[in-house]
Structure formats: C-alpha cells, structure tokens
Design a protein around this ligand. Structure first.
Ligand code: FE2
Length: 286
C-alpha cells in the first residue's frame, strides 16, 4: 500500500510585537499590522492586550467606526462590554469570542467592565473579500461554554473557536476566509499534530511557556511573545518542552486582492476609502 506523505508546515519567519496604543489610550502589543509584519493575507492586524494595571486599559475604545472587514475579540481574562449604534450590546467574558463582521459599516464601543485586575485577550482583524465588503453587519457572540474543548492527545487541550478539528466544528461559522482559530494548551512534553488546509496562510502566537513548532530538523522553538508565520502544508506539529505552554493557532484562506487601508476602514481602492470616510462623516454608518 502506498502512503502519500503529507507536507508538514514549519516556521518561516518570527516576529515580536511592538508596543502600541489605540482607542482612548489602551496599551497594546501589536503583532500583525506593524513594520515587521504588515499583514498576513487575510489577517490585517493582531493585537494582544494584557495588563493588570487599570491605567493601561480603563480608557477603553469609545465609539469608533469599522468598514470592510471583521474584528475578532477573544478574551482570556477580564470583561469587556460591547455596544453599537444599532443598539446591539454584549458582554465579553474570559473564554468568550466575538466575531464581528463590520461589512458596510458599524460604529461601536468596546469598554472594560472592570476597574482593576487582569485584562487579557486578543483582537484579530480579518479581511473580507471585495464581494462582501458592503455586506450587512453581523455578530457572532459566543459564550465561553459554547466553545468546544477537545483533548486530541495526552496533555493537549484545545478550545476550538472556528474551523474544524477532526469531526468537531467551532461555533463561529460562515466566514468568507474559512478560518481556523484554536487556543492550544500543552502540558510539558505533550505534542499534537494538527491538520490544516494546505493553502491557508497561518501563524502561531505563543502567549505562555515555550512551543516547539514544526517537525524534526526544521522545528523552531518559540518563546512567549513570539509569533511564527507558517509555511504552507497540510499538517503542523506543536509540542511543549519542559514548561506548560499556551498558544493560538490561526489560519485562513488568502484573498489575493488589493488592500487599501486607512485606520478603521479596509477596502480595495483609495476611492473606496474616500467614500467610507465621507459616509461615516455624514452619518451613513447606520
Ligand atoms: Fe472596534
């Protein structure tokens, strides 16, 4: 019997975050959307916010617009209250995910619902294809208990936000770029080989411990705070060394379309950006 070898992914480049400030002065660690990694199609931005100093996050993100892409907020610790100009509200708690398709436009706020303690999580920006940029806004607000927890191997625990692992699907569905977003926890010495669509662009970001990413001689060890951009391939081996390790694994179908970005607007042409600014300023984001 012939076995066809699957191509395994490896780390092609690594980046560290850059300190950034956004909203009304929230301190962030910007991993994608900075000089070392401008974007990783379809991912436009990845911020980690992590602080137990209230002054770093209390100002929050008061009313601001988005058009042309999706914002994905995944909370590890703390509480964030969400509200928009359509009257939609929600509370993001530790372990919850909000996948917001801004489409043709929303104006919203994201404010801490706590005055002290640890606030920790990620915001990922995912681009929309040209055909969907002006779609109606949509929210997928997923409570922590709705996120499947899987144990695919000894010492490996996954929380599957979107995409498929084995026969299990994450609760966020119908996203144009068919993404996979998995929160991975590895006990010391544990390992797991994930299956991924071969042509998806992907990355891992280690947010605790130290991960060994890739197979054999081509593996790289990534410490906390390092993001590894992955080569294409069908499998990815992840392992922990001597410390417990936590990371996110994210992959999505590249759009290969022109990108015109200006702050919270991400379109295909400069003309569409001008229209977005004009529509926002004249109150047409409703
Ligand atoms: Fe926002």
């Amino acid at each position: 019997m012939n076995a066809t070898a699957l191509t395994s992914r490896r780390v092609v480049t690594t980046v560290r975050g850059q300190p950034a400030s956004d909203g009304a002065g929230v301190k962030l660690n910007r991993l994608i959307g900075q000089p070392a990694l401008d974007m990783l199609d379809p991912f436009l931005m990845l911020d980690e916010f992590r602080s137990d100093q209230a002054s770093d996050y209390l100002a929050g993100f008061p009313d601001h617009p988005h058009r042309g892409f999706e914002t994905v907020t995944y909370m590890l610790a703390g509480n964030m209250r969400h509200g928009d100009n359509q009257g939609n509200t929600g509370m993001l708690r530790a372990g919850s995910v909000q996948w917001m398709t801004a489409g043709r436009g929303i104006v919203h706020s994201e404010m801490p619902e706590q005055e002290d303690g640890l606030m920790w999580g990620f915001q990922l920006w995912v681009n929309l294809p040209a055909a969907d940029k002006m779609t109606a806004p949509r929210y997928q607000d997923i409570a922590p208990e709705q996120v499947p927890q899987l144990q695919p191997a000894d010492g490996v625990e996954l929380r599957l936000l979107t995409g498929r692992v084995g026969e299990v699907y994450g609760p966020v569905t119908n996203v144009a770029t068919a993404p996979i977003y998995v929160d991975v926890r590895l006990q010391p010495g544990a390992q797991w080989t994930s299956q991924l669509p071969q042509r998806h662009n992907g990355f891992v970001y280690v947010y605790d411990g130290e991960a060994i990413v890739g197979d054999g001689d081509s593996s790289r060890t990534l410490p906390r705070g390092e993001l590894g951009v992955l080569s294409h391939g069908e499998t990815l081996r992840l392992a922990a060394g001597t410390t417990a390790t936590r990371l996110i694994l994210v992959a999505g179908k590249p759009l290969n379309e022109p990108v015109a970005k200006y702050g919270p607007f991400v379109m295909n042409t400069p003309e569409q950006i001008v229209t977005a600014i004009r529509d926002f300023q004249s109150g047409r984001f409703v």
